[in-house]
Design a protein around this ligand. Structure first.
Ligand code: ADP
Length: 163
């Protein structure tokens, strides 16, 4: 019971293809060290991590999704196991289109946990996609994109918070 085929069945997908991919969806506005930590840990469990920059037309961020994809892509340019793309619409549809076996999300707080549990439930019940929830590394648990945006808005150097 210890073959990769068994493992992929355990994860609810993969079907013994040998390669398993996971989707890490988010706004990534901007992509922080906290996000990079989730990618690093997801790579310990999956062959490939697809970073999906999600956006909806109404909520334009300071940096366009395409620019975010380009920036994140540069960080992982030397890592063939990381792919970056953007999408609008349902995360579940993007997950299916990319053939991933699961979604991975990070959780920093009880508030995050409640939200993630709800989303995970919807994605499992309606779309048959499992979510793996990784607890934030404690030193990074206070780090969020909104904190970074706020600090840089007021002229603080945020380079320590970014990968
Ligand atoms: P969204 O707008 O979809 O919540 P974010 O870009 O804010 O997207 O975050 C994407 C994912 O990364 C979420 O699951 C979030 O909880 C997680 N995340 C954000 N910051 C951290 C951090 N410092 N440590 C661990 N996970 C994080």
């Amino acid at each position: 019971m210890n073959t990769s085929a068994d493992n992929s069945l355990l994860l609810g997908g993969g079907k013994g293809r040998g390669l398993s991919a996971v989707l890490f969806p988010g706004s990534f506005d901007p992509f922080t060290k906290g996000h990079a930590d989730i990618v690093r840990r997801a790579l310990l469990m999956f062959d490939e991590v697809v970073i999906g920059v999600g956006y909806n037309g109404n909520k334009a961020g300071a940096v366009s999704p395409e620019e975010r994809v380009e920036k994140i892509g540069k960080l992982y340019a030397d890592n063939p196991r990381v792919r970056v793309d953007c999408y609008s619409g349902l995360t579940a549809d993007f997950a299916k289109a990319n053939g991933v076996v699961a979604i991975v999300r990070g959780v920093r707080s009880f508030a995050d946990y409640e939200y993630e549990m709800q989303m995970a439930d919807v994605n499992r019940q309606l779309f048959g996609i499992e979510t793996i929830i990784l607890p934030a590394t404690p030193e990074l648990a206070a780090l969020s994109s909104s904190v970074v945006r706020e600090l840089s808005h007021f002229g603080h150097d945020v380079s320590d918070l970014l990968p």
